[in-house]
Design a protein around this ligand. Structure first.
Ligand code: PAF
Length: 283
């Protein structure tokens, strides 16, 4: 039996609802989202339920992480369907502030990130992005004060940046990364996949195929540079405009030249038509 979650849209209502949820020392997990929920988000919710007594999902399309030329206005908003999915998962609370509640008039403070946020991956192509993400996630953490928070590994650099921020600012929340959920053909689930035309959708799984083949080559002892170049070529030949295809140290995201230098993560970002997709894989 599904039960609709409590939905709150103001900070006083959120505080009241959280006091109720935390009765008898119940622990809470937060799953931050921008809505347009798919199975990747629902997997985070299910993991959250295993890590805490109560689950809070935030739905907020955060204008601060979109550049003016990006898709803030057209980002898919599917409130009714989202709520039905969260009810079916027995989520306890949905935090759904509007922009004014999150960024009141005169809002003038944001979080500045370094370390994994300035390694020349997403930050090179979306320079506004991590400032926007960390400011909103920092606010979500202080608003909801969860014991744990769950983020998908598809946004691998985001996961590293948020983990670092929670540690650096002593936010008292354990950040947990969850494996990427994929369609049957390997395409990483993303709210932006709905933008793909049927032809682009057919080409899209090439990203994961190229990542897998590159990881296999490096894992089998192949040199990183030629393996990565071959992966990049595969992606470009499938019709993508490549932003990056790189092997990085899986913890620091610094460039890495050899498997002896630490665990490796291969990360890709590429555009097909006007849709930008990202993905990554461990070696
Ligand atoms: O990954 C996302 O959906 C967003 O970047 C997040 C973490 C909810 C912050 O707006």
């Amino acid at each position: 039996m599904s039960r609709p979650p409590i939905v709150v849209r103001t900070l006083p209502a959120l505080r009241g609802a959280l006091t109720g949820l935390r009765a008898r020392n119940a622990t809470t997990a937060l799953v931050p989202t921008m809505g347009a929920l798919h199975d990747g988000h629902l997997t985070l919710v299910r993991l959250a339920k295993r890590r805490a007594d109560r689950v809070v999902v935030s739905i907020f399309v955060n204008p601060a992480q979109f550049a003016p030329h990006e898709d803030f206005a057209s980002y898919p908003r599917t409130w009714k369907a989202d709520l039905a999915k969260l009810a079916a998962e027995n989520v306890d609370l949905v935090w759904n502030p509007d922009v004014k509640a999150m960024y009141p008039d005169g809002f003038a403070t944001s979080i500045v990130t370094e370390g994994p946020a300035v390694v020349g991956l997403e930050d090179r192509f979306r320079p506004h992005f991590f400032g926007g993400v960390t400011t909103v996630v920092g606010k979500l953490f202080t608003q909801c004060r969860p014991d744990v928070a769950l983020f998908g590994a598809k946004d691998f650099q985001q996961l590293r940046v948020v983990t670092r921020m929670a540690r650096d600012l002593d936010l008292g929340v354990k950040v947990i990364g969850a494996p990427t959920v994929r369609e049957r053909d390997g395409l990483a689930m993303s709210s932006r996949n709905v933008y793909l035309s049927p032809e682009q959708r057919r080409a899209a799984p090439m990203l994961y195929r190229a990542l897998k083949e590159t990881a296999k080559r490096i894992g089998a002892g192949g040199r990183i540079e030629p393996a990565v170049a071959a992966g990049a070529k595969q992606v470009s030949e499938a019709g993508f405009a490549l932003d990056y295809f790189e092997a990085r140290h899986a913890e620091t995201l610094a460039p890495i030249a050899s498997t002896k230098a630490g665990p490796i993560r291969i990360l890709v970002a590429a555009r097909i038509g006007s849709t930008r997709l990202i993905d990554n894989i461990a070696v």
